[in-house]
Write a protein that binds this ligand. Sequence first.
Ligand code: ARG
Length: 650
Amino acid sequence: MIIVSGFDVKPGLDPWLPGSRNAFAGGVYSAPMSTTTTKHPSPDPRTAISTAFSEAIEKTLGSDFADADPLIRNTTNPEMGDFQCNAAMGLAKRVGKPPRDLAQELIDVVELADIADTPEIAGPGFINIRLKPETLANALAGMDDETLGVKTSDDTRPVVVDLCGVNVAKQMHVGHLRSTIIGDSLARVLERRGRMVLRENHLGDWGLPIAMVLHRLRENGTDLDALTLTELDAAYRDAQAGAKGDAKGLEAALTRQCGPHRVAELEAQQSGSDEQRKAASETLVALQQGDEELVRDWNKLIDVTMRAVYEALNLLNVSMGPDNNRGESFYKDSLHSVIEYFESNKLCRTDDGALVVDFDDRKRPLLIRKRDGGYLYATSDLAALRHRTQETGAGRCIYVVDARQRDHFRDVFDATRQAGWGRTSDGHDVELVHVPFGSIMGPDKKPLKTRSGTNLTLASLLAEAIERGTREVKARSENPSAPTHGLDDESIAQIGRDVGIGAVKYADLSNDLVRDYVFDMDRMIAFEGDTGPYLQYAHARICSMLHKAGEADIDQAPLQLGDPTERQLALVLLKYGSVVEDVARTLEPHRLCGYLHEVADAFNSFYQACPVLKAEDDALKRSRLRISSLTRRVLADGLGLLGIGAPDRM
Ligand code: ARG
């Protein structure tokens, strides 16, 4: 038996050992490749215009230009029209023609008969396009169903989203908050497009640090059934602190220019007085060998940790449970075969007793087995990637993890590709993506701390957000004309929770993810500005208005889009499907945040310019109610994709 940091290997159980390839029974997801999904026709006239101009370009310049991007954009100034084709300038340069002449030629042949009026040339060769009013109305009516213009993806392969990733025996930290919020939102967006999403919580639940704390608690005779997470967390820190650093392993990591995460990991794993390390090591061996008592105690640590995690997830309205937990321990029995695969395929080399994988384009190798035979975080990730690409047949594996692990994922992904696991067994390339995010800073621009200076726990942060949200909602409800006036405490608390959590989530999602941002509760909870509550409030106001109108069956009302603000609102609403598609592709939720803001602003302009309840006649009133209702649904749906609740009054 090979013992490596206490991992023993049970051949026979490992499907990846030679001769038993693909015999894996657990966690198999089939990836049906049928493409029978019904595709909703795009209601966005931009697509039709784009096609028409593509054809016009080909007709004018020949088949070499069949793939030229017609560069159709929404205009920034509604007076110029609804869309612009910006392709003439670039193309004219390529074929050596005056841009305005080429623009005119395109206009002469473009077939927009039913869609738009005759386009006009502006400036150096922009082509301005104004939709026919009935085109716009029809398009808007076309998205007015449960799809809201969001198309179903043709890709039926599952997508893995690796999120949360808490560590057993440690408090869930604000970093895990970001991973959870961002990962959940991306998962929702992908699901909204009909993708099958596997949310994977890659728990740090295995290895020497866990064994160390387990040993420590048992030695102290701690009653594990009465253990709280705070006590567990303290014991973890104790176990680490009581250990004196082992410079050797660390030195090796530093000379090999390993990334910061790996250095930190080695620091944790290789620390410890000899005595303690030995004891922890023995504990790990016994645990791995299935010592009943130890396994039971280990499970208790997981229970204590996960109970707190589930509480936080519940507050965050993220539905993940034990089914999503596939942590490091899940892969413990396959690490050996990962290494064996790398060795037998000559994908790694020995370096001072350790095993490393080299990359052509950089000096830094990836350490996959330590000199003492121990496996690393990277080894588990390789095993997980093999599982995800080869067993689940995922088309995409998305890792929502702290930007400080950038090197780690770059290396692990490249090693995965070198191993040939970057393709599914049916020959599809798998997109491996790390979605890195920055840190949450305190007002002093340093990582967020509590007032007493300790690292802020997730639970305390969420409690504060909910408390602030509730206070805000309660204060507003004192006003006799507020729609929340007279609501019982429970209802106020529910809305307050939506507002508080929505504020935190929106602040997290609305910036470029890699940027560090300052956690400023006053700013995020404000009902004005670029905040979650602003969007929730816009939604609640429409609800109140629709409620006041009390009009039924408006969803078939003929649409009239005579006012410029009505047109503008319609054009913004029509973009929803392509914005969701964009976020699914780029994995940048801030695009959706920005878009929802645009919707709220367009609605406010419309609402100021166009009386709804007091419209000139009943038909116009019903048309405007229908547009308002559609706006409300886009806001609620979009907030839902951000994981943010949309209360109907505030
Ligand atoms: N437990 C890790 C940490 O706290 C995050 C896990 C991320 N997922 C992964 N597959 N490596 O740093």
